[in-house]
Design a protein around this ligand. Structure first.
Ligand SMILES: Nc1nc2c(c(=O)[nH]1)N[C@H]1C(S)=C(S)[C@@H](COP(=O)(O)O)O[C@H]1N2
Ligand SMILES: [Mo]
Length: 367
């Protein structure tokens, strides 16, 4: 541990073959919870069931002495209180957010980090001020290329002490659905989801949606902070620069059918028609197809898609019926989006365990 704290930019570690989940990984998993998959029955995930990821500690902030400034390469730097932001025209976007590390714990070798299975996802209605309106007001300097968002949380990660910070390319920051959100599902942001204000970048993996915002700054060279330049990059080896993680790869998940065994969580169903449903999403393009297999991937049939929720950034419900027969089965689902992106049958491995959108498989016992 001492070495980890001192050595700058240690690569993330990979588990040895058959190395079990450690107490450190368990400690992360107990703080950073996933969404129970049965919650996919809701269009909008109730806030307490939305997945949670916090790198350091949840900062305790009070909006009465909180202000947000926009500085750097702008013509008229400015700052706002939360009331100032609330007084402006509000916009709400329904967004499916997923952690880039979702699926990591299933990879072999396993990257040692928050050990997500598949439940690091949730959908919320985020309400706030379009970032673009504030940028127009301060006047973006033509030299600016990225917007850097700084959170009020502070920690050390692989030897680098830091505030949680992310840079976002200016063209993405200027999209009209990128929000500075002060409400989640019609309520003030809960402390763990970024109170009093967070960034929402629809379609991008979770790491871009900076919580507990305390500063926004425009820069004239790409940001080289840890979360952009070291973490959240697709790398096969520790010393290559890698490509940045950005948009969410398509994924379909099943609401676990029937009922679970307490310890193994294996699913149990009775023979006969079993309704199957779930959700599918992609940060690249709308979902156009979900296929379901009830024979461990040997054959696939199209599921019925509900109408999408009126935009590209919230998950889409799918459903079908399975005629279950006594025995052991493996159910699976796979999503395809309008750009033809789909889910692989082989793990898309990288050292950080990012964007592992392997097909979801659910073993089921039919009694
Ligand atoms: N300030 C700050 N913002 C943050 C994080 C963080 O640790 N600190 N974690 C990021 C990551 S990795 C994810 S996946 C999402 C999780 O958002 P949620 O906890 O609201 O679901 O927040 C992002 N924003
Ligand atoms: Mo994440």
């Amino acid at each position: 541990m001492d070495t980890q704290l001192r050595d700058v930019s240690l690569p993330a570690r990979l588990a040895e073959p058959d190395e079990a989940i450690s107490m450190e990984e368990l400690a992360l998993a107990a703080r950073n919870h996933g969404m129970p998959l049965e919650a996919m029955q809701h269009d909008v995930t109730p806030a307490g069931l939305h997945y949670l990821l916090v790198h350091y500690d949840i900062p305790i902030l009070d909006e009465r002495n909180w202000r947000l400034g926009i500085t750097g390469h702008v013509e008229r730097p400015a700052a706002w209180s939360l009331d100032d932001l609330r007084a402006r025209p509000a916009r709400t976007v329904r967004v499916t957010m997923e952690c880039a590390g979702n699926g990591r714990a299933r990879l072999r070798p396993r990257p040692i980090s928050q050990p997500w299975l598949v439940e690091a996802v949730g959908t919320a209605d985020w309400t706030g001020v379009p970032l673009r309106e504030l940028l127009d007001e301060v006047g973006v300097d033509p030299a600016a290329v990225e917007v850097v968002f700084t959170g009020a949380d502070h920690g050390v990660e692989r030897g680098v002490e830091q505030d949680y910070q992310r840079g976002l390319p200016l063209d993405e920051a200027l999209r009209d659905d990128v929000l500075l959100a002060y409400e989640m599902n019609g309520q003030p942001l809960p402390p763990q989801h970024g109170y009093p204000l967070r960034l929402v970048v629809p379609g991008w993996y979770g790491m871009a949606h900076v919580k507990w915002l305390r500063d926004i700054s425009l820069v004239d060279t790409p940001f080289t902070g840890f979360q952009n330049a070291v973490a959240y990059r697709y790398k096969q080896t520790a010393d290559e620069p890698g490509e940045p993680a950005t948009r969410i790869a398509p994924r379909a998940l099943l609401v676990p059918p029937g009922f679970p065994d307490f310890m193994s969580r294996r699913r149990v169903v009775r023979p006969g028609p079993v309704p199957l449903s779930g959700r599918a999403w992609s940060g690249h393009a709308p979902i156009t197809r979900v296929e379901v297999s009830t024979d461990n991937g040997a054959s696939w049939t199209d599921a019925k898609l509900d109408p999408d929720q009126g935009h590209n950034w919230a998950w889409r419900r799918w459903s079908t019926t399975w005629q279950a027969e006594p025995g052991e089965h493996v159910l699976a689902a796979r999503a395809t989006d309008a750009e033809g992106n789909t889910q692989p049958v082989d793990q898309p491995w990288n050292r950080g365990g990012f964007a592992n959108n392997l097909i979801h498989q659910v073993p089921v016992t039919c009694l």
